[in-house]
Design a protein around this ligand. Structure first.
Ligand code: ADP
Ligand code: MG
Length: 634
């Protein structure tokens, strides 16, 4: 019987290996940048087009390659970085597997130019899908340039699998930032589609972090320094009050390599214990140096996870070092009245119960007679500082109270509860017939109008068949969600002009996202001035939010869009409306006046879809008298 096992041809083996190493343009960026760092470059230029789908080019001024090496580097397991297995335990380079170039060359069009300092001429090689197309001697600058074009040109399935340019670009950005943060002593320049994203001169850690994140980062950072026998920790953590909702800015570098470690993250969070609001995420940039023989980097092909010999000791040291820094720089939470209210998050609402929100509703106001009268419904005068968060809840209220037909008493709405669902939508309230038919229903008994708030969480109200229990937060989310969606899709939302435009600072990643969302945000009532590189300028905001809520809304939005912006404008609007409803809805734990309770209940049942929150959770339940009877019969 004939034998059937064969060795795979090299190009097939390389393509298979590429599956592990190269998932997307960002993987190419990572590998090429790391090679340039390993080559001792002091100047590295990254140029990409179409989020790296058409071109990824890295140009360095490193040591270059000889003619032989230039040819050999595309072979699998060809590396200059280790010679024997033992070398794995004394690694100080990024690469060592010798797989990257072979893998990339197998699935793209690649051009390499390289010259060593001592040579007069360099080598120019073109290779496509593992096939050498040409090799020439050429006059070249010192260093190496790799250009990778048409990634996955020979694997359409993989190419089609790539995400939108926005998403792919964010991945590239992540990789670039990781390498640039790890090597502040190298000058990096980054171009995308011809525009300069970054130009980062050689600097120290702090300056590099600020250069990458944004101008305002500097004041948020607290230095961390700890030198022990088994580890040296340097870097920065952010002051607790600047913690964000998203986990975007959290970086560990071990021996100058970006790594992910849930365990070490936990150590950092433990150091912040008691200093953070629930769910808040501190930014951190921590540089750990450990002896190379105490870690194993070889456990993951992209080398972002590593294993430490003595994890527990590292945990303890890291936690103590950060705790010490946070204490030393006196950043334990203090009542800071001068603090910029824009940076406040809504978490503290529940602690402010003493300040009862007040609301004045203009009962005679009819929004449908004049669409320019949005200022008509009264706003609670909001104080500045931390108190302002509260009034915002009420403002949102006034926002929706205008939608509710003033004469529509709440009990009439409940009639619908006894049948199926309510036919009327909030947007058909102008239709007298709908409301009056609800009113004139002979079967409606007069029931008490009273609503009760229990545990600052639920609104309970008797209805004909028993009682209804409304979840205040979810109900308000539903109301706001429908309102925003309507504004975005049907109406041109009204906007309130700000006396002083708001400047909000964001990282370049976040700026890209905001840029993409601008058009949709404008339909909600935001007015943007020309964007700057690291901040946005807002001169108008939707009528139903306050100035102090703007940063909260945008922050929430950015965190909700971590995985990319939906492609269709419909789902974009939907996401924005949901996110804004989430940030602006009155929270569990907020005390509501009777009037507000009423408005909430009325507003909910005036919604198109009152039964569920925008996040598919029930907004209310009903309990029939018979159900209650049954409980007593026991
Ligand atoms: P690894 O980095 O794991 O060694 P690669 O496939 O990434 O494997 O690279 C193969 C070899 O090519 C490297 O070991 C190095 O000798 C050489 N090389 C790659 N990029 C460069 C560069 N930019 N400058 C000089 N040499 C390079
Ligand atoms: Mg490499």
């Amino acid at each position: 019987m004939s034998s059937i096992i064969q060795l795979l041809p090299d190009h097939v083996a390389n393509q298979i290996a590429a599956g592990e190493v190269v998932q997307r343009p960002a993987s190419v960026v990572k590998e090429l940048l790391e090679n340039a760092v390993d080559a001792g470059a002091t100047d590295i230029k990254l140029i990409i087009k179409d989020a790296g789908k058409s071109l990824v080019q890295v140009i360095d001024n490193g040591k270059g390659m000889s003619v032989t090496d230039a040819r050999l580097c595309f072979e699998r397991h060809a590396t200059s970085k280790i010679r024997q297995a033992e070398d794995l335990f004394s690694l100080c380079t990024k690469g060592f597997r010798g797989e990257a170039l072979a893998s990339i060359a197998a699935i793209a069009h690649m051009e390499m130019k390289t010259r060593q300092d001592q040579e007069e001429l360099g080598t120019h090689i073109i290779i496509e899908g593992s096939k050498f197309i040409s090799q020439e001697v050429a006059v070249l600058p010192k260093g190496t340039s790799f250009a990778v074009k048409n990634l996955f040109f020979n694997i359409p399935a993989r190419r089609n699998f790539l995400k939108s340019d926005t998403v792919e670009f964010r991945h590239v950005m992540d990789e670039f930032q990781r390498v640039a943060l790890a090597h502040p002593n190298i000058h990096f320049v980054f171009y995308h589609n011809g525009s300069e994203m970054y130009n980062l001169p050689a600097a120290g850690y702090r300056q590099r972090i600020v250069g990458i994140m944004s101008g305002k980062t500097n004041e948020k950072l607290v230095p961390v320094n700890e030198d022990t026998e088994i580890i040296n920790v340097q870097g920065f953590v952010c002051k607790p009050e600047f913690a964000k909702k998203s986990r975007g800015e959290q970086f560990f570098f071990v021996n100058d390599r970006f790594i992910k470690s849930g365990y070490l993250h936990h150590a950092v969070m433990a150091a912040y214990e008691g200093l953070l609001k629930e769910g808040a995420q501190p930014s951190y940039f921590l540089y750990l140096q450990v002896p190379p023989n105490t870690i194993d980097i070889n456990i993951h092909p992209t080398k972002t996870e590593i294993k430490f010999d003595d994890e527990q000791a590292l945990y303890a040291i890291l936690r103590a070092a950060i705790k010490h820094s946070l204490g030393q720089f006196n950043v334990a939470p203090v009542l800071d009245f001068d603090r910029d209210a824009n940076l406040d998050t809504p978490y503290h609402y529940k602690d402010l119960a003493a300040e009862t929100p007040t609301i004045q509703v203009d009962g005679t106001f009819n929004p449908f007679t004049d669409d320019k009268t949005n200022q008509h419904y009264s706003k609670v005068t909001s104080g500045s500082g931390s108190g302002s968060g509260f009034s915002s809840g009420s403002n949102s209220y006034s926002g929706y109270s205008k939608r509710v037909e003033p004469s529509a008493s709440w009990e009439s709405l409940y009639v619908g509860l006894e049948t199926e669902s309510i036919e009327s939508s909030p947007f058909s309230f102008e239709n007298e017939e709908v409301t009056s038919s609800l009113f004139n229903d002979d079967e409606v008994e007069q029931v008490s109008q009273k609503t009760y708030q229990i545990h600052k969480k639920y609104i309970v109200s008797p209805i004909k068949s028993g009682m209804v229990i409304v979840d205040q937060q979810r109900a308000h989310q539903r109301i706001l969600y429908e309102q925003f969606l309507l504004n975005m899709t049907v109406n041109q939302a009204a906007s309130q002009q700000l006396l002083f435009p708001l400047n909000l600072f964001y990282s370049s990643d976040e700026m890209t996202l905001i840029e993409e969302l601008k058009a949709s945000l404008e339909t909600t009532g935001f007015v943007f001035e020309d964007a700057q590189t690291d901040h946005i300028v807002i001169s108008g905001i939707p009528v139903n939010i306050t100035e102090s809520e703007v940063s909260i809304v945008i922050e929430q939005l950015l965190s909700d869009l971590q995985d990319g912006i939906p492609a269709s404008s419909y789902s974009q609007n939907d996401t924005i409306a949901k996110s804004m409803a989430k940030s602006l809805a009155v929270k569990t734990g907020s005390y509501l006046t009777e009037k507000e309770q009423d408005n909430l209940v009325n507003g909910l049942f005036a919604c198109k879809d009152p039964n569920i929150s925008p996040f598919q959770k029930p907004t209310f339940i009903t309990m029939r008298v018979e159900d209650i009877d049954k409980k007593f019969a026991l």
